[in-house]
Every structure is written in C-alpha cells, then in structure tokens.
Write a protein that binds this ligand. Structure first.
Ligand SMILES: [Zn+2]
Length: 270
C-alpha cells in the first residue's frame, strides 16, 4: 500500500478533505479535515503497520488500516470532489489536485485516521524488520526476556513492529517453533531462526501484494488481491509443505482476547 501511495499520491496537494467518523479519526474529524486540506503530501512512509505521510505543513497524515480498512484511488472530475461516494463504509475522502481522490473505507472500523504534529506516534514501537537499519541481535535477546507465548510476543508491536496473525504464524512455521512456546523457553537458536525469517517473509509478502483471504477483504489501491500464500494460516487440514502432516490450529488465551494460531504438529513440537 505504501509503495502504491508513494507512486500515485506523493507530491500531490490535497484540495479538499472529508471525513465522518469521530471514533476512528484523531484527534477529531474537524482537526483532521483542517490539518490536511490545502497541504501537499511530501512522502509516504511506513513503520510496522502504521502508514504516515509527511505534509508540507510539517504535520503528518496518519493511516492505519486495522482489520478491514482499505484505500482506493479513484479518478473523478474536480467539480464533484466534495461529495462522498455513494458507497457503504466510506469514512474519508481526500481530493487531490490531479483530479484523483483517495478514498478510505472501513467496514469494521478498527482502522484509524489522524493528523499529528510530529512523529511521537512512533514512540514505543519496536523495530521494523524491513527497515535498512534493523539489527536482529537485540530482538533475539529481547524475545528471551518475555514470559508470554512466542506468537503473542511477535504480535506485540512494542517488541517488533509489523507482524499480524498471518505472518507471526508464518515465521514460527519456517523457524520450526511451536507458536504456544513461552518466548523465554525458546532456545536462542530458535529465537534467532524466527528473527532471521522476519525480513524475508515480510519482503516476499510485500512483493506479492500481501495475503487476500477467502473473505476477499484485503485488496490493493486498485482492487487487486494479494497473491502471497501462507504455509499454515488458512491451511488447517492441508498437508504441511515440509512433512505432509495435516496443519492444525489452536488458541492462545481465552475469551475475547484469544488469538488463534496455525502450525504443523510434526514440525513444530511444543
Ligand atoms: Zn510439517
């Protein structure tokens, strides 16, 4: 998404802004609209799952897709730019000087839009494995200090930024570590194997345009589905690509905060 935005909206001026949902707009709809309208998008950046665009005003436009947030780039004549499209779940429209408009939709509204005066929104976020300056060794050591399941540690954006359910399962599978092992109980070579998978997995997934599940929810800015095929996530009952055993799944935690995990019961022993 960042790559498409960088190609198509970096350098553009936002002629008009519209947003409608206070709950997902920081600090408020009014401040988001006032802070973005009339500004020029200088660049499109990403840290972990957080997309952000430095503006010529010095502020940053923030976009977090959450579970179901999507961005579309649409061609439209300037005259109609203030009218939000007649589609469901549209929560923001940025009309650009080129005549395109950037439309943010979010069915489940776990996404987030915002305007921020500086980069303090990145404070507390862990290293991004796709960052050129990423250093694996401190993360190998850090993971060993946590008494939580290794998959939960990998999902904790304060420890490492950018992994969700699919990719956390993926790196555990590739490193042959059971996702429910306590992070501090994963031997150092296991932790090193996991950390070594982070960048290649994320880079391959980015190159493939991400993962589009059977729900068809995730699409890129032009409606194209991702073609990355996870080894374990979404493959319960299918043979493991390494040993042929049927892929299994389990749960971390209980109740609302429970997270599922997917693994090969033969390659990933608890
Ligand atoms: Zn296997």
């Amino acid at each position: 998404m960042r790559r498409q935005l960088a190609q198509h909206v970096a350098g553009e001026r936002i002629v008009e802004s519209w947003a409608d949902l206070e709950r997902i707009t920081r600090p408020s709809v009014r401040e988001f609209v006032e802070g973005t309208e009339g500004t020029r998008i200088l660049d499109v950046c990403r840290w972990g799952k957080q997309l952000f665009m430095p503006l010529d005003s010095g502020a940053h436009l923030l976009i977090h897709l959450g579970m179901s947030g999507r961005l579309h780039l649409e061609e439209t004549p300037h005259e109609s730019s203030t009218e939000p499209p007649e589609r469901k779940h549209v929560h923001a429209v940025l009309s650009l000087e080129s005549g395109h408009r950037l439309v943010f939709t979010d069915q489940r509204t776990f996404g987030e839009l915002g305007i921020a005066p500086n980069r303090s929104f990145l404070a507390g976020k862990g290293p991004d494995p796709t960052d050129a300056a990423f250093d694996p060794e401190p993360l190998v050591a850090e993971l060993g200090r946590h008494r939580v399941k290794i998959k939960a540690a990998l999902l904790d954006q304060r420890l490492v930024a950018g992994l969700g359910n699919i990719y956390a399962d993926e790196v555990c599978f590739l490193a042959q570590v059971h996702p429910a092992t306590l992070a501090c109980d994963v031997p150092e070579d296991g932790r090193r194997a996991i950390v070594a998978q982070l960048r290649p997995v994320l880079e391959q997934a980015i190159a493939a345009g991400g993962v589009t599940l059977r729900d068809g929810m995730y699409q890129d800015m032009f409606g194209t589905s991702g073609s990355y095929r996870p080894h374990v996530y979404g493959n319960v009952g299918n043979p493991c690509s390494r040993c042929g055993a049927p892929i299994d799944h389990g749960k971390l935690g209980t109740g609302k905060s429970a997270r599922s995990y997917h693994f090969c019961p033969r390659c990933q022993i608890l």
